[in-house]
Ligand binder design. Structure first.
Ligand code: FES
Length: 107
């Protein structure tokens, strides 16, 4: 039996709680629950699904679209993020991640 974690998703002003097993990505379960989270490549490359972890930790070893520095700051690509604790996640951080990674001078 896989351990299952409680994941609270803050998305467009609403808060949804889903149960995510440790061997599924947060996005997989959110999609199955039809939460309508943004996604595109489902492979950790495009950053469409970028989110910020308000609480908790994930394993996102396949995430190429986000730098280790940003991962250390709590940003995660939900399509490759497996929960390693209960989580609180804020969605739609693509622009923030893009600016932090590539556009330090823009506001
Ligand atoms: S959907 Fe492309 S990085 Fe997650």
């Amino acid at each position: 039996m896989a351990t299952t974690y409680t994941v609270e998703i803050h998305h467009q002003g609403t808060v949804q709680t889903i149960q995510v097993p440790e061997d599924k990505t947060v996005l997989d379960v959110a999609d199955a629950a039809q939460l309508g989270l943004p996604s595109s490549c489902h492979a950790g490359v495009c950053t469409t699904c970028a989110a910020k972890l308000l609480e908790g930790t994930v394993e996102q070893g396949d995430g190429m679209g986000i730098s280790p520095e940003l991962q250390a700051q709590g940003y995660a690509l939900l399509c490759v993020s497996y929960p390693r604790s209960n989580l609180k996640v804020e969605t739609e951080q693509e622009d923030t991640v893009y600016n932090l990674q590539f556009g330090q001078s823009q506001k």
